[in-house]
Design a protein around this ligand. Structure first.
Ligand code: PMV
Length: 303
């Protein structure tokens, strides 16, 4: 029986979520420690096997619908026989870690391998965006680009992707709050704030912070980086996309000496990121955690 495999990894947004939707630049990092693996297997019916659902692909749960749609589109594009999709992942679904883009990427890679076809990053990006448009409505493209990248990027809509050139030091810890986030809901909540309240002011401030953050990265000003993260969190909170569970984690991280902490991704739950330069303080913090967490060593994890 013919099979093929495809993989991808997650992402985190260090600075610039939400304002990136409005044309400002954002800084995102691949999260290679958290990944997705897909096995595609010729089968008698189209089905999905995963920890959260096993059964016919067209009956998969609502949150999986964007991927089921991508599956259907790839089936038609390749005129493929019925397939079983086996999905395993260490990424958390709906956690602001780019899980939907990573699954879309791994699935597309598996199809192209199954049919012995080469695929460019641009084509892969377009397939990912096909399902991301259903997951997020008007995705900026940052998730799709970061799951395709091995190194940190500075992204500006619609298609400017610059590698983050500066050398990085310190650690980012990503902690899942245990609350499922909803990017779709968060993006529309922010849109409401922009249309009817003073949301645009917060978006502009977030955009400016992202620019200042890039400059602080260039001069390795760690305390300023942390300070900008804290300021960004204030604006994200004011936009209504934080969550008490995220706030609790931020307070905890700060009490252990984080230089800065904020939500990452769409929000309304999902993950918090905190920036540490002292390894001992980071260890003390993670020893207190009962939530899943991932650590990025900014100096060692990227080339
Ligand atoms: O929640 P995530 O990981 O999908 O991140 C979404 C980032 C937003 O800026 C909120 C939306 C977007 O499309 O850029």
């Amino acid at each position: 029986m013919k099979t093929s495999k495809g993989s991808s990894h997650g992402k985190i947004i260090w600075m610039g979520e939400h304002s990136v939707v409005y044309g400002y630049s954002a800084i995102a990092l691949p999260l290679k420690q958290a990944n997705v693996h897909i096995t595609l297997e010729e089968s008698t019916t189209n089905k999905l096997e995963s920890i959260f659902y096993t059964g016919p692909m067209d009956k998969s749960p609502d949150f999986f619908m964007p991927i089921a749609f991508l599956f259907d589109s790839l089936q038609k594009y390749f005129n493929a026989p019925d397939m079983k999709v086996i999905l395993s992942m260490t990424l958390v679904f709906a956690g602001g870690m780019g899980s939907s883009a990573a699954i879309a990427c791994a699935l597309t890679r598996a199809y192209y391998r199954f049919f012995d076809k080469e695929i460019t990053d641009q084509t892969l990006f377009e397939w990912i965006q096909l399902s991301e448009r259903l997951a997020h409505q008007s995705p900026s493209g940052i998730d799709a680009h970061t799951v395709l990248s091995s190194n940190p990027i500075v992204f500006t809509k619609p298609s400017s992707i610059q590698p983050l050139m500066t050398s990085l030091t310190g650690y980012l810890v990503i902690v899942h709050s245990g609350i499922k986030g909803s990017t779709l809901e968060a993006v529309s909540l922010v849109k409401e704030q922009v249309l009817h309240n003073n949301g645009q002011t917060h978006i502009d401030s977030l955009g400016q912070l992202s620019l200042s953050f890039s400059r602080a990265l260039e001069v390795h000003d760690h305390s300023l980086l942390g300070n900008f993260m804290n300021q960004a969190q204030e604006h994200l909170r004011a936009l209504g996309v934080s969550h008490p569970a995220i706030e609790e984690l931020i307070t905890l991280a700060n009490s252990f000496g984080a230089l800065g902490a904020k939500l990452t991704g769409g929000g309304l739950g999902g993950c918090m990121i905190a920036y540490f330069t002292c390894k001992n303080k980071l260890s003390d913090f993670i020893n207190q955690l009962s939530h899943p967490y991932w650590i990025i060593d900014l100096e060692k994890d990227f080339v």
